[in-house]
Write a protein that binds this ligand. Structure first.
Ligand code: PGA
Length: 252
């Protein structure tokens, strides 16, 4: 049965203009001489998907969006359909990032609809889940993850069309990271809970579960070495080719 390589995905968030394509050129240059044992993806702002696709050409770096609406088209000012991301050559879309959940009030139900839209458009849904610091302190981390998995994953998820990103909210952009034991506990729990959603333990064992939250070149190898961690979702450190390559290098 096909196993999927780990994925190191960069989430540029609301950063980058055309000038930032120079970082993509630099990253391609760095990757040209090496063969890391992982897939590489960048999820730029929507405005850069098309120009970045041109810059990337047939490079090994895949493209993704950071969000999508759940409908195919219609009167939704400012929104983007999953089909539009696919149209530009995107392979995936992040849904349910904690910044969307917080800034835009996205619930598990909305995230589920967006993930279903991604699948409808032929995109891989990168579904983000994770606890807040209050939830962790209250000992509710695993319960929160269970609830988010139950609520945010649509019917029809499998290892080919769905990736989970475990991102403790308190680790995003803070420089804080969970201990490797805490990461291992969360990822094992997610793997167990996935079985019911993807049709059994075998399929769940193949689903990539990324860790995200303050992944940097100096901690990537340790975090990527944790059991059940199948790559990283990287924010701040994905913006500079040097840093992002440093993280990808965990798989060299
Ligand atoms: P960070 O963001 O790497 O800047 O902490 C991660 C994310 O939000 O995906």
């Amino acid at each position: 049965m096909h196993t999927f390589p780990p994925l190191v995905a960069g989430n540029w968030k609301m950063n980058g203009t055309l000038a930032s394509l120079a970082e993509v050129d630099a990253l391609m240059e760095k990757l040209s001489g090496v063969d890391p044992a992982c897939d590489v993806m960048i999820c730029p702002p929507f405005t850069l998907i098309h120009p970045m696709a041109r810059t990337l050409g047939d490079s090994r770096i895949a493209l993704g969006g950071q969000d999508c609406h759940w409908e195919v088209s219609g009167a939704h000012t400012g929104d983007i359909a999953a089909e539009m991301i696919a149209d530009l050559g995107g392979a995936a879309v992040i849904v349910g990032h904690s910044e969307r959940r917080t800034d835009h009030g996205e619930t598990d139900e909305i995230v589920r609809k967006k993930a279903a839209a991604a699948h409808r458009a032929g995109l891989v849904a990168i579904i983000c889940i994770g606890e807040t610091i209050d939830e962790r302190k209250a000992g509710r981390t695993l319960e929160v993850l269970s609830t988010q998995i139950a609520g945010s994953l649509p019917e029809g998820c499998d290892a080919a069309n769905t990736i989970i990103a475990y991102e403790p909210v308190w680790a995003i952009g803070t420089g804080l990271t969970p201990t490797t034991d805490e990461v291992a506990e969360a990822h094992a729990h997610i793997r167990k809970e996935l079985a019911a959603k993807v049709g059994g333990e075998d399929e769940a064992s193949r689903v990539r579960i990324l860790y995200g939250g303050s992944v940097k070149p100096n901690n990537a190898k340790e975090l990527m070495g944790v059991e059940n961690v199948n790559g990283a979702l990287v924010g701040g450190a994905s913006l500079k080719a040097d840093d992002f390559f440093g993280i990808i290098s965990a798989y060299l």
